[in-house]
Write a protein that binds this ligand. Structure first.
Ligand SMILES: NC(=O)c1ccc[n+]([C@@H]2O[C@H](COP(=O)([O-])OP(=O)(O)OC[C@H]3O[C@@H](n4cnc5c(N)ncnc54)[C@H](O)[C@@H]3O)[C@@H](O)[C@H]2O)c1
Length: 271
């Protein structure tokens, strides 16, 4: 029996091959989830993603719905469609994220608001829309419902050149612990995962920009340098990170709420 047998999960930011959302969707289905509703504002890779998340022969359902996570109306639509199609919501993974580089001097108020909207406001909207449904998970599974916010070590580590990302990820942490207190009596657990360096396409694209600026000779050299920053000497793959989500989504974590799970290879201890 899988660790998520019979559960229905919403995973935002699952619209890009190779990213963390897709790895989480695949891991949830492999662990017996009844259905995973992936969402993203991009759907052009939907067919490829569907094949990927089903690659383990999992019998559960998968759909990739179009959603702008900053839209309250979209959240209502996604929550209602999930309940209509699959009968329940047991797990919400707020994973969609956005980074617009720059310190205060280089960042416009508009860009700051865009980043806050995706990395903070969307978590608030997702919890608000899904919590009334998650509350009934306790009747199906002893462990109740689970909300997992994918934050970052940026929640804890200051960075003068990426103000919006770090401030929004820090705000996401406070939202997580406030929500853990608010929803605990309904047996809904709210936790955050804080990845460190995770080799996703967007990270590799960022490295390519740095290579173009002459910071490193090649993307291989950049990847090796990032890996070496971790005490373990390697970076995380999205599939490694997905295991942490499985644990917090499962009833094994039924006494875990308000927790910050670092999934950072201890890079946070160094910087
Ligand atoms: N890759 C890393 O090293 C790393 C480290 C720490 C934290 N994280 C966090 O992990 C999460 C996933 O990141 P990833 O590396 O897989 O990158 P990614 O960019 O591939 O994933 C983010 C997804 O969110 C989607 N998205 C962005 N804005 C949206 C919106 N308004 N509505 C709907 N979807 C939207 C994007 O289309 C994308 O598919 C993010 O929250 C990121 O901050 C990543």
């Amino acid at each position: 029996m899988g660790r998520l047998e019979g559960k229905v999960a919403i995973v935002t930011g699952a619209g890009r091959v190779g990213n963390i959302g897709v790895a989480v969707a695949r891991a949830f289905l492999r662990e017996g989830a009844k259905a995973v509703v992936g969402t993203d504002f991009r759907r052009e890779q939907a067919a490829e993603i569907e094949a990927l998340v089903r690659a383990d022969g999992s019998p559960g359902s998968f759909v990739l719905m179009e959603q702008d996570v900053t839209s309250e109306a979209d959240w209502a639509r996604v929550a209602e469609a999930t309940v209509a199609d699959f009968g329940q919501i047991d797990v919400l993974v707020n994973n969609a994220g956005l980074s617009i580089h720059g310190g205060i001097a280089q960042t416009s108020l508009d860009d700051l608001r865009k980043v806050m909207a995706v990395n903070h406001d969307a978590l608030f909207l997702g919890i608000k829309a899904c919590a009334p449904h998650l509350a009934s998970a306790v009747e199906r599974f002893g462990g109740g419902g689970s909300i997992i916010n994918n934050l970052s070590m940026a929640s804890y580590m200051p960075n003068a050149t990426n103000i919006g990302y770090h401030v929004s990820k820090a705000a996401g942490r406070m939202l997580t612990i406030c929500a853990a207190l608010e929803y605990g009596p309904q047996k809904i657990r709210v936790n955050s995962i804080h990845p460190g360096v995770t080799m996703t396409p967007i990270l590799r694209e960022g490295l390519a920009d740095y290579v173009a600026q002459g910071m490193w000779e090649s993307t291989e050299a950049a990847e090796a340098a990032l890996a070496a920053m971790n005490p373990l000497g390697v970076a995380s793959e999205p599939e490694d990170t997905a295991h942490a989500f499985v644990y917090l989504a499962s009833d094994e974590a039924r006494f875990v709420t308000g927790a910050s799970m670092y999934h950072d290879g201890a890079i946070g201890l160094r910087y």
